[in-house]
Write a protein that binds this ligand. Structure first.
Ligand code: AHG
Length: 330
């Protein structure tokens, strides 16, 4: 489609093109885009107003919650609750699942999110993002149940992220390729800027926090040496969305491994790893936990952590090869 196509026009065109594509997503994606505009506006003035700084409490993962985390969570909840497409919401910022209130119509999907990824980067003006994922519910009663949320990534019907960087972008997939839209702040519209994004099979970048080298397994150490030998260069922003987005467009591998201290790493399967894995696979990339395809891992709990290897397909397979050869030789 021509550049400058609005998100709404693109979604309608997609529905016509793929008869199987559900019209339900037009409403949901429009609501997500609205939330993204509100958050983008707030993030852009974060340096100016009293939205910076800690709220003086920790979230359920023991991390400091900043005001903007709370704000973004509320914006998504408010914007999505009344769409009529959802029955429940889960968020990295909330201990339990949230039931769509009685007064709103309910739908057949559940929504999961990391409303503000990379929050430690807010006050230093580095890109941050929001990640989301949508599943068709499995239960049939009036309330959302845990089983609706604990589904393998392979069952996602939509996933995406917003990145608040030098410009704000919305990138999403409904299983028909990956498409990126850039917010034109002048007219307040997301315009098609990256249609059918495809990740290079091999990339020139590796992204990993090398300060943890002493904690790494032999497999990770060997793979990173291999990556350096291939003349890959290091890039690590410390915002998963920003690191992933760069590697999606340029090619590369992002790794947040398990290590001696945290065998399951830091990132969450449902809010971060699975949605980005869906996008990676749709863009011809790949994601795994070092052994198993991320999309096939069935979550056992809402806030489960998982090691993440994601990016250019060849590079992730290569890293898996080192992991199995050195860490799990048969
Ligand atoms: P947070 O939202 O608490 O800033 O966490 C960010 C996540 C992810 O976005 C990033 O890639 C990773 O944590 C960075 O963690 P390390 O500092 O341990 O490398």
């Amino acid at each position: 489609m021509e550049l400058g196509t609005t998100l709404t026009r693109f979604i309608i065109a997609q529905q016509r093109k793929y008869p199987g594509a559900s019209g339900d997503f037009s409403g949901l994606l429009a609501a997500i885009a609205t939330a993204g505009k509100v958050i983008s506006h707030e993030v852009n003035k974060a340096g100016l107003i009293d939205i910076l700084g800690y709220k003086g409490k920790k979230n359920i993962h023991g991390e400091e919650v900043q005001k903007l985390d709370d704000f973004t969570n509320k914006v998504f909840m408010r914007t999505l609750s009344h769409t009529g497409h959802l029955v429940g919401i889960a968020s990295e910022e909330m201990d339990d699942i949230y039931q769509i209130p009685e007064e709103y119509p309910k739908g057949k999907y559940v929504f999961l999110m990391d409303p503000l990824d990379g929050s430690s980067n807010i006050d230093v003006n580095i890109s941050i993002g929001s990640i989301f994922s949508i599943y068709r519910r499995k239960s049939q009663g009036p309330l959302a149940e845990m089983s609706d949320f604990l589904q393998a990534g392979r069952h996602q019907v939509c996933a995406g992220y917003l990145i608040y960087g030098s410009s704000t972008m919305l990138v999403y997939t409904t299983g028909y390729g990956v498409h990126g839209f850039t917010l034109d702040p002048g007219i307040g519209e997301f315009l098609l800027s990256h249609e059918g994004i495809q990740m290079p099979d091999r990339g020139g970048i590796y992204s990993i926090n090398e300060s943890y080298t002493s904690q790494w397994s032999g497999g990770i150490k060997a793979y990173i040496e291999h990556a350096k030998g291939e003349k890959k260069t290091a890039r690590y922003v410390g915002s998963l969305v920003a690191d992933f987005h760069r590697n999606l467009l340029k090619g590369g591998i992002y790794i947040y491994p398990g290590d001696k201290k945290n065998p399951n790493g830091k990132l969450r399967l449902l809010y971060e790893a699975a949605p980005l894995a869906f996008i990676a696979e749709q863009a011809k990339g790949y994601a795994s936990d070092g052994q198993t395809a991320m999309m096939d891992i069935v979550p056992k709990s809402l806030h489960q952590r998982v090691p993440l290897f994601i990016g250019s397909a060849h590079d992730v397979r290569q890293a898996e090869h080192y992991m199995s050869k050195i860490d799990n030789p048969s």
